[in-house]
Design a binder for this molecule. Structure first.
Ligand SMILES: Cc1cc2nc3c(=O)[nH]c(=O)nc-3n(C[C@H](O)[C@H](O)[C@H](O)COP(=O)(O)O)c2cc1C
Length: 179
């Protein structure tokens, strides 16, 4: 199974249904030092900030993910400069459900979910993925209770006050499965 790189301009996706409905797999690490992954249905794709060498008037293509402090995957995002966001066809939803309900602290859950790691670009993604965003970590900070304008969201989402940590990655590559 091979992947090809496509340009950001070629992307034809609906981020809301893709992330919120189909989910994606956040992964980081490599074969030498270990790796982990977790399912997420929260996140954003868009543009923020600029670089002098970047395209004029076009923010950096970026992805944002939110991890609760207790996630084992968070330790890998802290350690690594690169993380990936893998998107799958719906026939892999069961695997994503597994990876979103078991912790890599206790088992080799990627093997147990029957996903085949591809070690490439100094990071990890999966043979079964249909699309992969390779992201370079550029910003990370916890969400703060004081920032909530709608405080009912705190009551509903954070009864234990375990506020998500936000990681913004610059999308350095988009890979899609070769037909
Ligand atoms: C559909 C779905 C979406 C999820 N979205 C998130 C999310 O956006 N952020 C988060 O911190 N946890 C999310 N989780 C929970 C983690 O995937 C789950 O706790 C996982 O077991 C963590 O694995 P780890 O300890 O190996 O990192 C989600 C779980 C599911 C099933």
């Amino acid at each position: 199974m091979s992947f090809k790189e496509i340009g950001i301009e070629e992307l034809e996706i609906n981020p809301m249904t893709m992330i919120g409905g189909d989910w994606w797999l956040i992964s980081a690490g490599n074969e030498q030092n270990g790796y982990n992954a977790m399912t997420a249905s929260w996140g954003h794709l868009g543009a923020i900030w600029e670089r002098p060498e970047g395209k004029a008037h076009m923010g950096l293509p970026t992805a944002c993910v939110y991890l609760r402090p207790q996630r084992y995957t968070k330790e890998y995002l802290e350690r690594e400069d690169i993380f990936t966001l893998s998107v799958f066809e719906s026939n892999h939803k069961r695997a994503l459900g597994y990876l979103g309900s078991h912790s890599g602290r206790n088992e080799d859950k990627i093997a147990n979910a029957n996903l085949t790691p591809v070690f490439d670009q100094g990071t990890i993604y999966y043979e079964q993925a249909k699309m992969v965003f390779v992201c370079k970590k550029i910003y990370n900070a916890p969400l703060q209770e004081s920032g909530f304008v709608d405080t009912s969201l705190v009551e509903n989402n954070y009864p234990k006050k375990d506020f998500h940590e936000m990681y913004i990655g610059e999308i350095v590559k988009v890979l899609v499965k070769n037909d």
